[in-house]
Design a protein around this ligand. Structure first.
Ligand code: F6R
Length: 366
């Protein structure tokens, strides 16, 4: 049932404040303002040697975001690879390592094969899945469920932000257990996480500002998406959403890689979408944005008024985000405009967003 929405995808994008809130409530003690995992870990976090993450598509991008959090908040070394590569690499996995599989459906063939490989290598297996009864869930030692509810739209939206919510809680829980994260810092970070659903609702309330930007992007034949830090994987995700829904070629790049090749593509016609949440890397992202501006690039900024002012560049489009959406978890909220942009570009072009050509919701063959 689509409710009052034209598409399942629109409904699922708009459900995010609720389902991310519900997922957070499952992994946090809201009264105490701390993390409380709803399961016992099958390993001792203090002696964990390494975390390995594997997944496909959007779920893989959630893992890429999580790497920043697991490293910073839990002091863990993290390796991550797409499941179709990981399963055949014969990577040696260290003793006392944790492998995390991420999957909405829990049935993705390559991700399941990655799980079985990690199992053979004696890893602790934790999966972040949306479908609790799935094969990946059944074969895991620990199941961390995303409480996104059924996701019908082929393009993953609410499952992605719920995966991020679970990863954030997991990183904080491991940080605490490993003695890396102090009580005060944990409370601060939990407070930031708890603010995310409300901030997502704010971002959704400003959907109208995305339509003119979408009409502009719909004219393009190619789009570049840039971000730094946790916003880099979000750039990859934004580009994936755009190509799968609108069939416009789009590439996500780490903003710092611009000079190492893609800057050659810059011209007045190719939109360059810059994700610039107010975090420690904002200044660097702004200077990359200025490099695009100096070459007459077609700039679209997703950021706060502060980022716009710092950019001091001519923008073809600006999607304004509240200044208060800042810090390491801002990326969860910034996923909303990236999803809405892809949705509006595709619907403006008359594409079937719930059932894009050639795509299946669950990829059970390799
Ligand atoms: C993109 C998308 C796919 C899936 C991928 C993994 O919008 O939906 O990239 O994320 O096929 O699927 P799951 O999460 O079911 O393993």
């Amino acid at each position: 049932d689509k409710g009052n929405y034209r598409h399942f995808m629109a409904k699922e994008i708009h459900e995010q404040p609720e389902v991310v809130g519900r997922t957070l409530a499952h992994y946090l003690d809201l009264a105490e303002g701390v993390v409380r995992l709803p399961f016992e870990l099958t390993f001792d976090p203090r002696t964990l040697s390494r975390v390995t993450i594997s997944a496909c598509g959007t779920a893989y991008y959630a893992g890429l975001v999580a790497r920043y959090w697991l490293e910073r908040f839990a002091g863990l070394s993290v390796e991550i690879d797409i499941a179709s590569e990981f399963r055949y690499r014969e990577a040696p996995l260290p003793e006392n390592g944790l492998t995390i599989l991420v999957s909405q459906s829990g049935e993705t063939a390559d991700t399941l094969a990655a799980l079985r490989y990690a199992r053979e290598q004696g890893q602790h297996i934790l999966s972040i899945v949306n479908v609790e009864t799935s094969t990946i869930a059944r074969e895991s030692d620990t199941v961390a469920q995303t409480l996104a509810g059924p996701e019908i739209g082929v393009a993953s939206t609410k499952a992605f932000t719920c995966q991020l919510a679970v990863f954030a809680c997991l990183a904080l829980a491991l940080g605490r257990a490993r003695g890396v994260l102090g009580k005060e810092r944990e409370r601060e970070l939990v407070a930031e996480l708890v603010a995310a659903p409300g901030q997502m609702a704010q971002a959704l309330a400003h959907e109208a500002q995305i339509e003119p930007v979408a009409r502009d992007v719909a004219r393009a034949s190619s789009v570049l998406y840039l971000g730094r830090g946790p916003a880099f994987p979000l750039a990859l995700e934004g580009a994936l959403k755009l190509k799968e829904l609108s069939y416009i070629h789009a590439e996500g790049y780490a903003a710092g890689e611009l000079k190492h090749g893609p800057i050659a593509l810059i011209d007045f016609a190719m939109p360059v979408i810059v994700l610039a949440p107010p975090d420690a890397s904002l200044e660097k992202t702004v200077s990359n944005l200025q490099e695009v501006a100096a070459r007459g690039g077609h700039l679209i900024l997703i950021g706060s008024p502060c980022a716009r002012d710092a950019a001091a560049a001519e923008l073809a489009g600006f999607i304004e985000m509240p200044e208060s959406v800042a810090g390491p978890f801002a990326v969860i909220v910034y996923a909303v405009p990236a999803q809405l942009l892809a949705y509006h570009v595709a619907t403006f072009m008359g594409k079937d967003v719930d059932q894009p050509r050639n795509l299946a919701k669950s990829v059970t063959v390799e």
